[in-house]
Design a protein around this ligand. Structure first.
Ligand code: FE
Length: 486
């Protein structure tokens, strides 16, 4: 069934949405007992989720949520029951600022230190905030932030164990992207990740880890110019990178006037460069498509000599206007993000771009067995209304072969986080799994964990787990079928 929603420009109340941008300073550890519906008996494992937990430091508000210290949530599912725990990543910067009771570091996205220009000018020290993603791989739980090394945590207690260097692979301060992908293979799954050190010319490093955590392959190549690349895609034969058409003017940053992220400007007259790097060995091929800004790719695969990439695109780099508090943002001024399909023909050196989903959407996900392969279903967070821009309030499932859609909306009081796809243990079909997401309930100032049957998204949650508190809007998470008991 194709969903058609009636146009609406007021699907939520601003004060309800703003509540999800409040800090959660407390750390919890409890069995979740307030549940509507039933947790499926086959849902066994742990969902980890990362995101900014603090939107202020001792009462001083941050200028951008992306500057907030990383806080990990662990939701454990076992025999139809669930348990919740959250802990901050005790990064060096978090510990120093909490001890000092004030902001000590300039935020990448514009949060200044107190003390005005004198305090901020020529201070280029960043705080690793470990707030973007969390993965469990080869017995290591890792909190990721793309500009620095990951922090390793105890998967049972979420205690911070320290910086991870993968046996010397990363040197102090080395970047490590927050968007690794697990490429399934008959020869053994690989965790594939990249790292970019931006500069006048940017070096892209690629690492592949096997299931034991050994680095089994490395490649690198140079990209001319400044590169702001948050995510990538991988297929059995290619790594794919989209180099957004942006420039960085470091002067306002150096003089303490702006955060580094605020010095990025979109160049609509320039194309988005598409880099195709043969996996294994070979030279990168540079292609181009119309200017757009991409944070996230849904998936990529190879078909009949072409490489297909599905990506969430913005018409321009989404920045805050100067002086605007992000809590009061007018969504009509934010460029909507929509899903596009790019067909890359390496022989002809062409990229053809077609729209897949034209309503605002973000946080694409899929069945992990289909990463790098042709796939039928993509799931995303989306707006309640199909027109206009607004916060994410719904989950959309799209059948990419038939264009049929299913939608479940938590509007008006609910605000949707990233859905994570968890395959059913006995799954034989691509959509046989569950979608689990955190939904902030602005009416109650609490968050819910919602579990949907991925085959029947439009039926709504089969279980809704009410937490005892709210969780600030977060970023990315992942599931492991391992249960960690303490
Ligand atoms: Fe991301």
């Amino acid at each position: 069934m194709t969903v058609s929603t009636s146009p609406s420009l007021s699907t939520y109340l601003a004060h309800n949405w703003q509540g999800g941008h409040e800090s959660l300073s407390q750390e919890y550890d409890y069995a979740i007992e307030d549940i509507d519906g039933d947790i499926p008996a086959g849902l066994h494992g742990t969902l980890f989720r990362n995101g900014p937990g603090l939107l202020d430091v001792n009462g001083t508000p941050l200028k951008h949520p992306f500057d907030g210290d990383g806080m990990i949530c662990a939701i454990r599912f076992q025999q139809g029951k669930a348990h919740f725990r959250n802990r901050f990543v005790r990064t060096a910067g978090y510990l120093a600022e909490q001890a000092a009771g004030k902001i000590l570091y300039r935020g990448v996205f514009g949060t200044p230190k107190p003390g005005g220009l004198l305090a901020n000018a020529f201070d280029i020290n960043f705080k690793n905030i470990a707030n973007t993603h969390v993965i469990y791989w080869a017995d290591k739980l890792l909190a990721l932030w793309e500009a620095d090394q990951p922090y390793r945590l105890d998967p049972s207690t979420l205690e911070t164990l320290g910086l991870e260097d993968f046996s010397g692979l990363l040197k102090p301060g080395d970047p490590f992207s927050a968007h690794p992908r697990i490429l399934p293979s008959d020869d053994g799954d690989r965790l594939v990740n990249f790292a970019i050190k931006p500069g006048l010319s940017s070096t892209v490093k690629i690492f592949e880890f096997d299931r034991s955590g050994e680095v089994v392959h490395q490649q690198q190549f140079a990209i001319p110019g400044f590169a702001f690349i948050h995510d990538f895609a991988v297929t059995p034969n290619y790594y794919i990178f989209f180099q957004n058409p942006v420039t960085l003017n470091p002067i306002p940053f150096l003089f303490g006037l702006k955060g580094a992220g605020e010095c990025i400007s979109f160049q609509p007259q320039n194309p988005t460069k598409v880099w195709l790097l043969p996996r294994g060995s070979g030279q990168p091929q540079q292609l181009a498509t119309d200017a757009c800004f991409v944070f996230h790719h849904a998936n990529a695969y190879e078909a009949e000599g072409q490489v297909i990439v599905d990506s969430v695109c913005y018409d321009t780099f989404p920045t805050l206007e100067s002086g605007v508090d992000f809590r009061n943002i007018d969504f009509d001024t934010v460029p909507p993000s929509t899903l596009w399909r790019f067909r890359i023909d390496p022989e002809a050196a062409t990229v053809k771009k077609t729209p897949l989903i034209t309503r605002p959407c973000e946080f694409p996900t899929l069945n992990p067995a289909q990463v790098g392969r042709d796939y039928r279903y993509v799931y995303l967070g989306t707006t309640d209304s199909s027109v206009g821009n607004a916060p994410l309030q719904a989950i959309l499932k799209r059948n990419l072969q038939t264009d049929q859609e299913q939608l479940w909306s938590a509007a008006p009081q609910g605000f949707m986080g990233e859905p994570v796809f968890i395959p059913k243990p006995d799954a034989t079909g691509e959509d046989q799994g569950w979608l689990v997401a955190l939904v902030y309930d602005g009416d109650r100032n609490r968050s819910d964990v919602v579990i949907l049957d991925a085959a029947q998204v439009d039926q709504g949650p089969i279980a809704r787990l009410h937490l005892q508190h709210h969780i600030p809007y977060g970023l990315h998470g992942s599931f492991t079928p391992t249960v960690f008991n303490t």
